[in-house]
Design a protein around this ligand. Structure first.
Ligand SMILES: Nc1ncnc2c1ncn2[C@@H]1O[C@H](COP(=O)(O)OP(=O)(O)OP(=O)(O)O)[C@@H](O)[C@H]1O
Ligand SMILES: [Mg+2]
Length: 457
């Protein structure tokens, strides 16, 4: 078998160096470029895995600006390419700046071919590993193929889903709004032997209480005014397949009893009917409410809770999925590019920082919406934090953090002063450099009680 040599692009305007590298790096398929424009041309043509880039390029070889610009263009076009920047010996600042901008590594001239070769080999190796990883993610089972996530938290949930899906267990999916509960419910169905039968979803919160019963259980002709003909309910429609009860926490009390009976006996009784109908459906439920707390407060039946939670999945919030947010953002952008006929290359550095530091209370749905509107709004090739509407939000988050940190510090210091003076208000106020009334109002604010006074009572 002939192994195809991998492409290595050398961007350098010095013919001597080009020649030297040609000799020493012959295990790679070398292609050359002598300035920014030709580098981009070669990149498009050969799609090299690794590029060595001299930062001092014409027309201004004494300055690194042309090289840094080439770097950002290369990475925007092909983010997975490993770029090794080559600089003059005294130009550490620009080398570090290039690494901060996304270069894989840097190397100082004069070139020692042996050392450079080691760096290049490592870059190819990393590129191969990342490539393999990407292919593995893409080759997942068709049911989970649309589910994006590489974080340990997500991988753990996916493994569990794969194990539980083929069983008949009633599964309960818990998670904040937008964490993908419906996506996972569908995956459970797809990975089960019921995949060719229907998947029927019903949102218990969106249907008025008086209609939900007939919607679920169906009704006989004449069961109520307007019941002109016998109608199947969703449970019966799911015969042989999976019934997804979304927002189960919003199921009214009276219906909870009827649902429990169905789950225990596996028969339904349509509204206005007297005959029982056996049904074979697998049930998956989801909610973003705290069902345990609802059980404690009497809003949700305890017996129903145990019935529906044979297996419980807690879907992590997006902010808890280390690294997934950028993966998802890129994938959504890819989809919106084709859906909206745009050709955006990615996110700029500040946008990526904002995406990573924002807390995403609306989770994946919020991320999807923000990327979509940014894809519509962006007027440069790279999406900015402003396009995402995250520039001001990030500031707000920061302001909030600052206040929280300050309050926490204030509270701690007050406790410290009190423990030092054994709750002597005047001395504590003196130590803290505030007046007595100010200290009293701070005690009020932080709910701090005067322990000495309490002891005396
Ligand atoms: N891991 C994921 N990979 C790709 N897309 C996802 C992922 N999780 C969720 N989505 C997408 O995010 C959106 C929200 O997902 P979904 O409707 O399943 O969330 P949910 O938890 O049911 O939300 P809600 O509580 O608001 O009903 C959907 O468009 C879904 O396709
Ligand atoms: Mg949902």
């Amino acid at each position: 078998m002939v192994v195809k040599k991998e492409y290595l692009l050398i961007v350098d305007d010095d013919p001597g160096i080009q020649k030297q590298l040609k000799w020493s790096l012959d295990k790679y398929n070398l292609v050359f470029a002598e300035d920014r424009a030709s580098a981009i041309k070669q990149l498009r043509r050969f799609e090299p895995a690794v590029v060595t880039l001299d930062l001092g390029l014409p027309p201004d070889p004494a300055n690194a600006s042309e090289g840094l610009m080439a770097l950002s263009e290369i990475l925007a076009l092909s983010p997975s390419t490993k770029v090794i920047v080559v600089t003059g010996n005294d130009d550490k600042d620009n080398a570090l700046r290039a690494v901060a901008d996304g270069a894989y590594d840097y190397y100082h001239k004069p070139i020692d071919p042996d050392v450079l070769q080691i760096i290049i080999d490592r870059a190819f190796q990393l590129h191969r590993l990342e490539d393999e990883n990407r292919r593995l993610v893409e080759s997942k089972s068709p049911a989970t193929a649309g589910i994006i996530g590489n974080s340990p938290e997500m991988t753990r949930v996916l493994r569990l889903i794969e194990r539980v899906a083929p069983t008949e267990a009633t599964a309960l999916l818990l998670g904040e709004s937008g964490t993908g509960k419906e996506v996972f419910a569908r995956a459970i169905h797809q990975l089960s032997p019921r995949r060719n039968a229907p998947f029927i979803a019903i949102n218990c919160a969106s249907i008025p209480e008086n209609l939900l019963e007939s919607e679920l259980f169906g009704f006989e002709k004449g069961a109520f005014t307007g019941a002109h003909k016998k109608t199947q309910g969703k449970i019966e429609c799911a015969q042989g397949g999976t019934l997804f009860l979304d927002e189960i926490g919003d199921m009214p009390g009276a219906l909870q009893a009827k649902l429990l009976r169905f789950l225990q006996e596996r028969v339904i009784e349509p509204v206005g009917g007297r005959t029982e109908l056996p049904v074979d459906v697998r049930v998956v439920c989801a909610t973003n409410r705290d069902l345990k707390e609802m059980v404690e407060s009497g809003e949700f039946r305890e017996d129903l809770f145990y019935r529906i939670s044979e297996i419980t999945f807690q879907l992590p919030a997006l902010r808890e999925r280390e690294g997934d947010v950028v993966l998802l953002a890129r994938s959504f952008l890819h989809n919106y590019n084709s859906e909206l006929g745009r050709n955006l290359l990615g996110f700029n550095e500040t946008a990526l920082k904002a995406i990573c530091s924002y807390s995403w209370p609306g989770n994946i749905r919020e991320l999807q919406n923000k990327v979509k509107s940014a894809a519509i709004m962006a007027d440069s090739k790279l999406i900015s934090a402003e396009d995402l509407g995250l520039d001001l939000l990030a500031e707000k988050d920061m302001a909030f953090n600052l206040r929280a940190v300050r309050e926490e510090a204030e509270k701690k210091l007050i406790f410290k002063a009190f423990s030092y003076t054994d709750y002597n208000i005047s001395r504590s106020a003196e130590l803290l450099g505030v007046t007595r009334p100010t200290l009293y109002s701070l005690m009020d604010k932080y709910n701090i009680t005067d322990e000495r006074n309490k002891r005396a009572q």
